[in-house]
Design a binder for this molecule. Structure first.
Ligand SMILES: [Zn+2]
Ligand SMILES: [Zn+2]
Length: 368
């Protein structure tokens, strides 16, 4: 069928809306009519070739939500007309997938960035020219996407579909890291470095878990203001000070039980570790390039401190996503506060706003 999608023709080129041919779903796949999709920095990293990524021309987008429009003959978990979120891909057979940790799938990088299905086939074309897609096995900067049903999660019908896309990555990553990897107790201290979509989702989950104090650190004053409304007890503007670690230690008295790093900057990761109390845990969520190094004093870590990386909130999406959507519907996870909506045609505007820090979570609405 003919669809419309935002195509990046070459590295760092702007998005161009094109009419493309989308192949038919296979027996294990579904076609989703995308209603809205979030934009994540990973999409812009893909556009700019920040990581070794799929060839161009390419369609990015990995926070898609919409309505199931076609179902392969072997699909059992979703049906025509279901409202769904397309979550991250996983292979299902590596050791981590077999131990119910699909977020740490060992085939994950290949599945997210090869630009094709696992067997190498492409899904999109323009007049016979192959267009690489299958970004996170979805490529949802498009009116329609095909995904393996394994990655597709059914969501309650009364939840507003245009708010659901960011649950696929940013919200799942931040909130899942808190609920699954940290599991704080009421009264545990919490600090988040960087309050973009991931950091704010972690902050809201920390608030729901009863953490206190909750410290938010960023360079954008409007993000810090929103952090205070969403539960931060203290905020620090990093751009105006060099003694952030001292300030966090002053606020928390004994140091921090849980810190979260979302910026992927080595100096910030070092600070996120230095604020920890003995037995404290720092969770790294920011995606740095291969070869990036950060150093720590060995005696400091020996004192019971933990530094760990977490991908996609250690989520089992079919369990976590409906739960997070329930929390949104109960008003306990007001994720809509961080969203700014754009039409697909304004995708370059959305990207520029996100890169300048003017918005937190851009969401693209598809033409219906
Ligand atoms: Zn796997
Ligand atoms: Zn993402």
């Amino acid at each position: 069928m003919l669809i419309r999608a935002a195509v990046v023709r070459e590295r760092s080129a702007p998005f161009v809306i094109e009419a493309l041919e989308l192949t038919d779903p296979r027996p294990e796949e579904v076609r989703v009519r995308i209603v809205a999709t979030g934009m994540c920095h990973t999409d812009l990293h893909g556009r700019d070739g920040y990581f070794p990524t799929m060839p161009y021309p390419a369609v990015f987008g990995h926070e898609g939500a919409g309505v199931v429009e076609a179902v392969g003959s072997q699909v059992r978990n979703v049906a025509l007309g279901d409202h769904v979120i397309i979550s991250f891909p996983w292979c299902g057979s590596c050791p981590n997938c077999r131990r119910q940790m699909p977020s740490q799938c060992q085939e994950s990088a290949k599945l997210k960035r090869s630009g094709t299905r696992p067997d190498g086939s492409t899904l999109l074309a323009n007049g016979g020219e192959p267009i690489y897609s299958a970004f996170f096995q979805q490529s949802s900067f498009a009116t329609h996407a095909i995904a393996n049903a394994r990655f597709v999660v059914k969501i309650r019908r009364d939840a507003p579909l245009d708010r659901l896309g960011p649950f696929a990555c940013s919200i799942q990553t931040g909130a899942g890291a808190v609920f699954n990897a940290m599991q704080p107790k009421p009264g545990d201290s919490f600090v988040v470095f960087g309050v973009g979509g991931v950091g704010l989702s972690a902050l809201m989950a920390a608030k729901l878990s009863g953490c206190d104090p909750i410290v938010a650190i960023d360079v954008h004053e409007h993000r810090l203001a929103l952090s205070r409304e969403l539960g931060a007890t203290h905020t620090i503007n990093h751009s105006s000070r060099s003694n952030v670690v001292d300030e966090v230690r002053r606020i928390t008295t004994h140091g921090v039980q849980f810190s979260v790093e979302t910026s992927a900057l080595p100096g910030i990761l070092q600070e996120a570790v230095q604020v920890l109390m003995p037995l404290g845990t720092c969770v790294l969520l920011g995606s740095a390039r291969s070869g990036t190094q950060a150093s720590f004093e060995m005696p400091f870590l020996q004192n019971g401190r933990t530094v760990r990386g977490v991908i996609q909130g250690w989520s089992q999406p079919e369990v976590l996503l409906p739960r997070l959507v329930d929390l949104m519907m109960e008003g306990k996870l007001p994720v809509e506060r961080m969203m700014t909506f754009y039409d697909l045609a304004d995708i370059n505007h959305a990207a520029a706003d996100a890169e300048a820090g003017r918005t937190i979570k851009p969401v693209l609405r598809m033409p219906q």
